[in-house]
Design a protein. Structure first.
Lengths: 319, 319
DNA sequence: CCCTATAATGCTCATACTGAGCATGGAGGA
DNA sequence: TCCTCCATGCTCAGTATGAGCATTATAGGG
């Protein structure tokens, strides 16, 4: 390879780098999206990538299935980081972190070592607009953002800050966009409204609610949530999180849990069966609390056919 | 970190890994999407990632700008590979390849070392459905795929193969989907219709046209094309590839070059100005070959506003 | 100067999709 | 029996989208 084609000319002894995998494993239970955590809910599971593994994805799969005793239905690479602030302190080795999103079915306890499933809204309470999320934005976050806007140097940057805050958090008449999870977290980070952003360790008195995580794991989780919220709109991935048989309302509740917002029931049903995503099992669910509902199963065939088209969410302002 | 949280238990001396960046740098000129290549058009530019760099992205930016003397308008991470077949032969080190997509403005010659800009259809002639692409699929590829379908073991897998071929290549009445670039390449690879798939080196007599590349660079390029084709539909990224002032037809031609298909002119214009993506400069272009056209410039402001909504392509069966 | 090719631009139309809401059916509990 | 909670069926208006017709504006050739 010609020298000019190389990203850097220093070709002699490059200091070794280490590769690390970070997994965001998602399940849905009890109307809540859950994420697998370690360190008493303060970190995402991670570990070194070793040459014994065939590939990144197989390493992740193998490990997660061993941990959760569940098949990982869907795995997707999220992002690779190598920022210098991620270098292990004192070590001369550079760490490259490769993050993955994985979907699995049940949130069964995995046992031991402070491993647990947590609602992802524990870390991002403002993202749950099914109920109190909107209030948190309005009461707790918006005031802080206004201060941040006013603290800008000049009128121009004040204007830019205001516009950015309005768009990402849906203020001043702008609509809430559930996909902007990462942008919102990054704004809060820049405005030093999240604990990770304060240089002197975790402050007890953060004005904005939401548990922090170690390292930049909360940012990675935000990336995963954003990706998943976007994906469910055009790919039938929700079904990876559903039991084999389910009612349409259960399906809707799962989507709502992920999207963090309520959907229009009739339109949701229309969309689902327009796309032939499910088929009736012939059975009925009687414990619905109302009229019994038909049970459905996912038509696995569509994963091939519908390689592209996919699901869209029928959103609604309110319900 | 608890042991159970690690991806693998072997914690002793992990063999070092090396990180490599691979760049897909895209520009548009002469109604063709161009990609920066090295090794006499046989490979994508790549190089080691070293600890001197602040981050992956800054390393890439720095290097590309130095090479092309152009500002990299848009940079996006594509994918990270670490498959064992990517290990350098004979070396005990594992190589992790991180690929990036970058957009830049002009395809000026970079000088020296077999660096050149190539139309990406040189590697994927069947992807250019503005003219001969559809014919290549029908005349050269479809017959091979039929053989591949018939070569399947049993009726079930034959059926699966047929369906897969029909969907990805738009056969038997299915519509052509320009986003399935990677799926198409992978199908051709599996069917051993591309040179990279034949184990005994590059064959001269491949039934399907299209230049191969070294290593898995053609696959990476396919990933980049697919990503970009999807992106231009909902994000105003085309403008990164346009000169400061342009006519609407020039803009349309650029989009068509990327998408590999022709667009309905009136609908394209409707979409562009519905979204307020551009503003008139007041000047006119007279060398259009017909009636003079207004010159426009991109409204940079929308990149903030339109953080999400974005452009959609008005497609058309034919023009 | 007229004619033709090539574009730019303006408008219309049918269809599909989408957000919303009304109405009715069926089961269990007070 | 009435009430509540859901399941399910259907309607309606606004908007987006794929297509195509018509008109306007230059350049170049006869």
């Amino acid at each position: 390879m010609p020298d000019s084609a190389r990203i850097s000319r220093k070709s002699a002894k490059e200091p070794a780098t280490a590769a690390e995998l970070i997994a965001v494993i998602v399940a849905v239970s009890g109307d809540m999206p859950r994420v697998l955590t370690i360190e008493d809910a303060a970190a995402l599971p991670s570990g070194p990538f070793e040459s014994a593994h065939r590939s990144l994805q197989s390493a992740l799969r193998q490990w997660v299935e061993q941990q959760t005793h569940h098949r990982l239905g869907y795995v997707e690479q999220l992002y690779t980081f190598a920022d210098s602030d991620r270098t292990m302190e004192g070590a001369e080795r550079r760490v490259i972190s490769i993050s993955y999103l994985g979907l699995t079915r049940e949130a069964r306890t995995t046992g031991g070592n402070a491993v647990s499933w947590q609602s992802w809204y524990r870390y991002f309470p403002w993202e749950d607009h099914r109920d109190r999320g909107a209030a948190i934005v309005a009461d707790r976050i918006a005031p802080c953002l206004r201060s941040w806007v006013d603290a800008a140097e000049d009128a121009v940057s004040r204007r830019e800050r205001r516009q950015r805050a309005d768009i990402t958090f849906g203020l001043n008449g702008r609509p809430w966009n559930e996909e902007l999870v990462l942008q919102r977290y990054e704004l809060l980070y820049e405005a030093e409204l999240v604990a990770e952003a304060s240089p002197f360790g975790i402050e007890a008195s953060m004005p904005v609610p939401g548990e922090p995580m170690l390292h930049d794991h909360r940012r990675i989780l935000a990336t995963a949530i954003a990706r998943l919220r976007a994906k469910i709109k055009y790919r039938p991935v929700v079904f990876e999180l559903m039991p084999p048989r389910f009612t349409l309302l259960q399906l809707q509740r799962a989507v709502e849990a992920l999207a963090g917002r309520l959907l229009h029931k009739q339109n949701f049903r229309r969309l689902i069966d327009q796309q032939d995503l499910v088929e009736e099992t012939g059975e009925m669910a009687t414990e619905t609390g109302g009229r019994p509902a038909k049970l459905f199963r996912f038509r696995r065939e569509v994963q091939v056919e519908r390689a592209i088209a996919g699901t869209k969410l029928p959103l609604s302002r309110a319900v």
